[in-house]
Design a protein. Structure first.
Ligand code: 5GP
Ligand code: MG
Ligand code: MG
Length: 189
């Protein structure tokens, strides 16, 4: 397809194989998720925990779509593995700046693939006595069913392809694309 028709592509157009989710589809889904979360947390204050760096664009749009007061924290983790898959061995690169005891924590993730990163993260955060702990992930891949991770809010179930854009990178590139797509095979060579 022609990504140019879908808005600015930051010059990445020639690298894109196909667009999986357009800017508009993402916007509509975020509005839907935000309405759900707004209703579920009525009367509460929510602490959004964004997982760096992939969830940054999602968190920014999601927080603005919510109609409840939220606070923001970020965590950066690295899961040892190749550029395109994770191993489940997780290391904290940047921890939360404060205590989450008694807080209603909503973890925002870009994508759940094997689910290993998230499973580790939930165990870690769950040990810090939050009042509640839930996950909202924009994308989920089929392999995620293999690991039992309770994810309350899911944007899209997508096929088992490596995707980039809207926060998701390949070798730190393409995070700034407004849509989610796949790369041409030659980009990986
Ligand atoms: P998991 O531990 O669930 O296998 O992987 C989680 C992390 O791997 C995600 O937060 C993301 O950083 C990376 N990841 C998994 N699948 C994809 C993908 O299709 N595209 C990109 N860019 N990153 C992915
Ligand atoms: Mg992530
Ligand atoms: Mg990455």
């Amino acid at each position: 397809s022609a990504p140019g028709a879908l808005g600015p592509d930051h010059g990445y157009g020639p690298d894109i194989d196909h667009v999986l989710l357009s800017e508009e589809q993402i916007r509509d889904k975020i509005a839907e998720l935000a309405a759900q979360v707004t209703a579920d947390y009525a009367g509460k204050e929510v602490l959004l925990v964004g997982v760096l760096k992939g969830a940054v664009l999602f968190m920014s749009d999601f927080a603005r779509a919510l109609q409840i007061p939220t606070q923001m924290e970020f965590m950066a983790v690295s899961s040892y593995g190749s550029a395109t898959s994770s191993s489940g061995v997780v290391r904290i690169l940047k921890d939360l700046d404060r205590d989450i005891t008694g807080k209603h924590v909503l973890v925002l993730e870009d994508i759940i693939d094997s689910g290993l990163t998230l499973s580790w993260l939930l165990k870690n955060l769950g040990g810090r006595s939050p009042a509640s702990l839930e996950v909202c992930a924009l994308l989920r891949k089929p392999d995620a069913v293999k690991v039992e991770v309770p994810v309350k809010y899911i944007g899209f179930d997508i096929p088992n392809e490596f995707v980039i854009g809207y926060g998701l990178d390949y070798a730190e590139r393409y995070r700034d694309l407004p849509y989610i797509g796949t790369l041409k095979p030659e980009v990986y060579q």
